[in-house]
Design a protein around this ligand. Sequence first.
Ligand SMILES: CC(=O)SCCNC(=O)CCNC(=O)[C@H](O)C(C)(C)COP(=O)(O)OP(=O)(O)OC[C@H]1O[C@@H](n2cnc3c(N)ncnc32)[C@H](O)[C@@H]1OP(=O)(O)O
Length: 156
Amino acid sequence: MDPLPVSYSRMTQTRLVLPPDTNHLDTIFGGKVLAYIDEIAALTAMKHSNCAVVTASIDSVDFLSAAKVGDALTLEACVTRTGRSSMEVYVKVYADNLLQGRQKMTTESFLTMVAVDDTGRPKPVSAVIPETEEEQRLYDTAPSRKEHRKNRAALR
Ligand SMILES: CC(=O)SCCNC(=O)CCNC(=O)[C@H](O)C(C)(C)COP(=O)(O)OP(=O)(O)OC[C@H]1O[C@@H](n2cnc3c(N)ncnc32)[C@H](O)[C@@H]1OP(=O)(O)O
């Protein structure tokens, strides 16, 4: 399988933060953001692998600041590095107050998605080619995060 550039499967989604998505402080529930993150990570991994994927792990999620009702929530996702069947996906979430023209980063997350066949068995995926400075940094640091995942699994 030919390697594919990160840009081939990079995705962006924008959503409006509405009252049913928020708590008594008018800020969005973490679980709601997590569902959005899982969805865009799956779409990105499906685009890269051209097959069905499952979430093997949500490796880290950092909620850096809150998003409020009326904010535009923009998610950006890309495949940072691949194994045989697994793809590490990095997701960044920004909240934009469009009335005041202010943007802040609210959340960042790393997930591992696995390409699977019709029976749910792992399937090989193409390698990824980093092109930008950020993509190269994420590519170079992926083995350390993988090691961290392995150590976490060993502690179970
Ligand atoms: C429980 C739920 O419903 S959560 C909702 C959605 N998620 C799911 O349903 C996924 C449920 N899990 C599964 O289907 C399986 O555990 C799978 C497909 C993820 C892995 O299947 P396994 O039989 O363990 O396959 P295998 O050991 O060959 O691993 C396949 C790849 O997944 C990776 N992997 C497996 N488990 C994990 C994990 N917990 N975290 C990160 N990567 C993992 C492996 O490192 C391997 O990567 P590689 O092919 O790039 O080397």
